[in-house]
Design a protein around this ligand. Sequence first.
Ligand SMILES: NC(=O)c1ccc[n+]([C@@H]2O[C@H](COP(=O)([O-])OP(=O)(O)OC[C@H]3O[C@@H](n4cnc5c(N)ncnc54)[C@H](O)[C@@H]3O)[C@@H](O)[C@H]2O)c1
Length: 255
Amino acid sequence: MRVAVCGAAGRMGRLVVKKAVESGLDVVQAFDVVEVGKDAGELAGIGKIGVPIQGDISKLDADVMIDFTVADAAVENARIAAEKGVKIVMGTTGFTEEERKELEELSRKVPFILSPNFSLGVNVFFKVVEYAASFLSDFDVEIVEMHHKHKRDSPSGTALRVAEILRSAMGRSLDIKTCREGLSPRGNEIGVFGVRGGDVVGEHTVFFFGNGERIEITHRATNRECFASGAVKAALWLANVDKPGLYSMADVLGF
Ligand SMILES: NC(=O)c1ccc[n+]([C@@H]2O[C@H](COP(=O)([O-])OP(=O)(O)OC[C@H]3O[C@@H](n4cnc5c(N)ncnc54)[C@H](O)[C@@H]3O)[C@@H](O)[C@H]2O)c1
């Protein structure tokens, strides 16, 4: 399995290079707009692997592309990968509705795994939240997420995914509200709030509020290895998938 890593000089990209090499995948290309020319293995702390960072994504030539960049770049990378028949593992978050639709269109051309969170724990957390919500349709629900100060998108892709899960599991139409201020009382809504600071890797809490009681379900990531390992697992899973389509981490994990 020949893998290209996009965003290979970033926090996630470096770890993906490391985990991919450790898992026996053949990392053949690494793309980024910074650190061009440097060896991707050296940046990842595993020593030279003979793969320099390249800046020109049009040179993409691999079986699968793993992308952890920024939303607008990721859409362009996915366009090029789909054109060339390269399978896609997309970890980048922060897409607009329009961009997300375009990614869905591109998944008609190649097998495409799109996941706002590749950790095993978060994917189990999705299931636990869905199960709890199915019993608590009258409760008020809110989501609070916390991430490091460099994170661009807010709320996180994971929090928005949880909001979608809650909306469908609770069986009633709920607005997703990402800001609350002024004098109006709480409406028919799910509040989704982002807290940013320091080096927090990623935390998500769902609050279910009833009368006289409250349930809180929390996932905490304490380092990024869980995301990188999950993305590599997703790439390995794609080795046996030839049918174009949009797949999720739930498919990879067999949930
Ligand atoms: N799905 C998951 O499990 C998961 C987990 C963690 C982070 N993320 C997401 O992954 C993305 C990256 O996160 P990060 O913390 O590694 O960010 P980062 O800023 O450390 O890394 C992003 C890298 O992408 C590079 N880049 C920007 N434009 C590019 C382009 N056109 N071509 C190639 N490279 C380009 C940047 O130079 C940078 O090195 C974010 O959207 C984040 O929310 C997803």
